[in-house]
Design a protein around this ligand. Structure first.
Ligand code: NAD
Ligand code: ZN
Length: 349
């Protein structure tokens, strides 16, 4: 453990600095965490390169990182669910717990959500960090803190598959084989999907998807969504009942609608252009439901159980590892699109 708090701060667009800042003290209901692992997400890189995502604009220096795990190093007043030394996965979004969304259990829709590394809220790519104790999940002995950090993207897969209704025997199409497409492959298979087909424009990502359990892979070679939808049916032998769109690319979202069986469901996970043209009459007259997802809700316990039980193996997602001191190199690697998940080790050995 260290007594300084090296922290990765996005000072402004394009400018990440490592600085020693004071070690934060936990308030009531909070725990101080000695950070272990933080995975880099596309959104972290986007804030670095572009300074904003939609309405979320980096107006003041912000600590990066939200796919994280740590070891409890201090308890705030009133914390009873954890003890010092517990290794935990950190669910990065803490809602108000009081509004109607929170009270209905859909806290991911809370308008007062405080989500790590979504401006103006600080993230946790640091040696030390303080978080709400009830959004920390104790890891069993058979799970590593790297796996704990990967519960964040895995939870996106859990929520997307829940929203799509993936269950025993489902025939599922997943569009886009980035980290999010891949966690959806893992989750769909763990839910008992009979067939999972995945698309991408990049063959190496498709190869990865195949090695992680996709039944079929399909390289996208045309921007014509009807043509691609037909190819999906040719490859799968049937139309998918559920399509989980994880690329955000407009032609892929259009393909998702055309490809899905009448009466089925398209889940929009990928976030691309704000306004696009969709074959909406086609979706309407074939009763293809279109459902959005926003992050995840009540999914961490499920994701944790999936990994702890051995139902899914998230470890192959990690293709690169860096130390906190080499954060910039880690971000450059992610930006170049090399590998899948870049993991940063935060604890000083
Ligand atoms: P990523 O960029 O690593 O992966 C996207 C993949 O889509 C890439 O492999 C790319 O080659 C592929 N692709 C591009 N065009 C395509 C096309 N026409 N057809 C098929 N594949 C195509 O990103 P990621 O980290 O895997 O995240 C995926 C998306 O999910 C992003 O848009 C991200 O913003 C979004 N996301 C949404 C939520 C949410 O709550 N809704 C949460 C996390 C991520
Ligand atoms: Zn709320």
């Amino acid at each position: 453990m260290s007594d300084t708090n090296l922290t990765a701060i996005l000072k402004k667009q394009g400018d990440i600095q490592l600085e020693d800042i004071p070690i934060p003290e936990p308030g009531p209901g909070e725990v101080q965490l000695c950070m272990q692992h933080v995975g880099i997400c596309g959104s972290d890189v986007h804030y670095w390169k572009h300074g904003a995502i939609g309405d979320f604009v980096v107006k003041a220096p912000m600590i990066l990182g939200h796919e994280a795990s740590g070891v409890v190093s201090k308890l705030g007043k009133g914390v009873t669910n954890l003890k010092v030394g517990d290794r935990v996965a950190i669910e990065p979004g803490v809602p108000c717990r009081l509004c109607s969304h929170c009270k209905h259990g859909r806290y991911n829709l809370c308008p007062d959500m405080k989500f790590c590394a979504t401006p103006p809220i600080h993230g946790n790519l640091a040696r030390y960090y303080v978080h709400a104790a009830d959004f920390c999940f104790k890891l069993p002995d058979n799970m590593s803190t790297e796996e704990g950090a990967l519960l964040e993207p895995l939870s996106v897969g859990v929520h997307a598959c829940n929203r799509g209704g993936v269950t025993l025997g489902s025939k599922v199409l997943i569009c886009g084989a980035g980290p999010i497409g891949l966690v959806n492959v893992l989750t769909a298979k763990a839910n008992g999907a009979a067939v999972v087909c995945i698309t991408d424009i990049d063959q190496s990502r498709l190869d990865m998807a195949k090695s992680m359990g996709a039944t079929y892979t399909l390289k996208v070679t045309s921007k014509d969504p009807k043509e691609m939808a037909q190819k999906v049916e040719d490859v799968m032998g049937v139309q998918p009942e559920i399509t989980i769109e994880c690329s955000g690319a407009t032609p892929s979202i259009q393909t998702a609608i055309y490809a899905t069986k009448s009466g089925g469901c398209v889940v929009l996970v990928g976030l691309g252009q704000a306004d696009i043209t969709l074959p909406i009459v086609n979706a309407s007259v074939r009763e293809v439901d279109i459902r959005g997802i926003f992050r995840y809700v009540n999914c961490y316990p499920t994701a944790l159980a999936m990994v702890a039980s051995g139902k899914v193996d998230v470890k192959p997602l990690i293709t690169h590892r860096f130390k906190l001191e080499d954060t910039l190199k880690a971000f450059e690697t992610t930006f170049k699109g090399e590998g899948i998940k870049v993991m940063i080790e935060c604890a000083k050995k």
